[in-house]
Design a binder for this molecule. Structure first.
Ligand code: UD1
Ligand code: CA
Length: 452
């Protein structure tokens, strides 16, 4: 029986931010979301998150999870004080309690599983994750005997210069026998440099506490300031990109590319330099994305190409070419083998197969059939100043250059719109529409010069 507690009540002063530290994003997820995610592997009976500083924002950041219990720590008097708040909530609980700092976002689920297994096999009162860091500054130092049984944890600021030489640090990730911890929690005192109640002191009061080193110290890096946040992002990016390369994705100049860990790529995708893939994006095999593109929350089919373009909240089907310099946003759906070309913006529009919008267009709130050709500079006037209206365009219809389609308006199948037209009324199938004033030519006409 395992319960999980995540400490997320602190402000995170060192971030110098109005936003609580654990709500800062690392890629597409906040720090605390990542910590919660890493715990599911142990199938916890309960998941308690201790909140305090701007608790509403922290709770909101965890909206996506069900079954989380929030425990208020009204005054933030330290990590030990935070865990003390659990006493009334876990009364009578007899299992193990996994405690994690909310600012340790790179933990791998397997590491947590191993921590729990070691804890249970050795029947420890507590087991904690440690690592030897090249730069241990700022972390609590862990002192053990040869059997890795804990003697003491001393916070960086409370260490003597000699104690600071010890580079084995406390990760802030612990597994406790709850009944034993509950007994020592009330004994905590705040006689340290920060006048706080330290959870690490409670660890010191227990009789059999084991420390285990993680294999990869990068997993347990705690985020206290923006620099550490940026370092963690780099580590996360390396992890994500290495995985995709192993899975058969080509990254040209990986350092210039960023990929959220929520993105899915199929084999033989090629990502060109300066390209950023975000959110719930999926890209099908054989697609070539970039250079210079941003794809966010979008599903791209197979053999799609995108150059110097931004695609958000959209679906693009197989074989379609996007860009250079196109912008798809707000629920666009583009069919197969289409071409969305230079300087084209599509918003909340659905396009059939083999339809082209090749140059200089804005299509908003429009539905286009198959094999439509939108001429250079065609614009949907979808907004009357108050409301948005739709434009419907049938199969094989062609619009001439610089035409304006004033919505709401419907063009049938096989319609041809003359260049320069302003179309304000519906057009039936198989029609030519010319909606512009006739050209007037006055022969033999010349501007009189003033001297004449
Ligand atoms: C803590 C550990 C340190 C360890 C390091 C690992 C203590 C005393 N020290 O130090 O040994 O090496 O983590 O990263 O535990 N929090 C609350 N309520 C509070 C105070 C903090 O919920 O009253 C939360 C914070 O939101 C944060 C976490 O606890 O998520 C850790 O707090 P932080 O102040 O960052 O502790 P460190 O100084 O890093
Ligand atoms: Ca910390």
């Amino acid at each position: 029986m395992v319960a999980v507690a995540i400490l997320a009540a602190g402000r995170g002063t060192r971030m110098k931010s109005d936003l609580p530290k654990v709500c800062h994003n690392l890629g597409s997820l906040s720090l605390v979301e990542r910590v919660v995610n890493s715990c599911f592997t142990v199938d916890p009976l309960r998941c308690l998150v201790i909140v305090g500083y701007q608790s509403e924002r922290v709770k909101k950041s965890l909206d996506g999870f069900s079954g989380i219990e929030f425990v208020e720590q009204h005054e933030q008097l330290g990590t030990g004080h935070a865990v003390q708040q659990l006493l009334p909530h876990l009364e009578g609980f007899t299992g193990d309690l996994l405690v994690l700092n909310g600012d340790v976002p790179l933990l791998q689920p397997d590491t947590i599983k191993q921590l729990l297994e070691t804890h249970q096999t050795h029947q420890n009162a507590a087991t904690l994750l440690t690592a030897k860091l090249p730069n241990p500054q700022g972390y609590g130092r862990v002192f053990c005997n040869e059997q890795n049984l804990l003697k003491e944890i001393i916070e960086d600021r409370d260490c003597t210069p000699e104690q600071k030489q010890n580079c084995r640090i406390n990760a802030g990730v612990y597994c406790f026998n709850w009944e034993k911890l509950a007994k020592v929690l009330p004994q905590l005192q705040a006689n340290n440099d920060q006048n706080e109640y330290y959870l690490t002191d409670a660890v010191g009061y227990l009789d059999r506490v084991m420390a285990i080193d993680v294999e990869d110290y990068q997993e347990i890096l705690g985020i206290n300031d923006r620099k550490q946040l940026a370092e963690a992002y780099k580590i996360l990016q390396t992890r994500v990109k290495d995985n995709w390369m192993q899975a058969g994705v080509t990254l040209i100049d990986p350092d210039s590319i960023t990929i959220d860990d929520t993105v899915e790529l199929q084999p033989d995708v090629i990502i060109e330099p300066q390209t950023h893939l975000r959110g719930n994006t999926v890209i099908g095999s054989g697609s070539r994305i970039g250079p210079g593109s941003l794809i966010e929350n979008s599903q791209l089919g197979q053999t799609v190409t995108v150059q110097y373009s931004v695609v958000t909240d959209s679906i693009v089907k197989n074989g379609t070419r996007i860009g250079p310099y196109a912008h798809l946003r707000g629920h666009v759906e583009v069919g197969e083998t289409c071409r969305i070309g230079n300087f084209v913006e599509l918003k909340n529009s659905q396009l059939g197969d083999r339809t082209n919008v090749a140059h200089l267009s804005y299509l908003g709130d429009a539905t286009l059939g198959n094999r439509v050709n939108i001429g250079a500079g065609t614009i949907t006037a979808n907004y009357d100043g108050v409301k948005k209206h739709r434009t419907e365009i049938g199969d094989r219809t062609k619009t001439g250059s610089n035409s304006v389609l004033v919505a709401p308006v419907t063009l049938g199948n096989d319609v041809t719109v003359a260049a320069g037209s302003t179309v304000t009324e519906n057009v039936a199938d198989n029609c030519l529409v010319i909606a512009r004033s006739r050209q007037v030519v006055k022969s033999g006409w010349r501007l009189k010069s003033q001297s004449e």
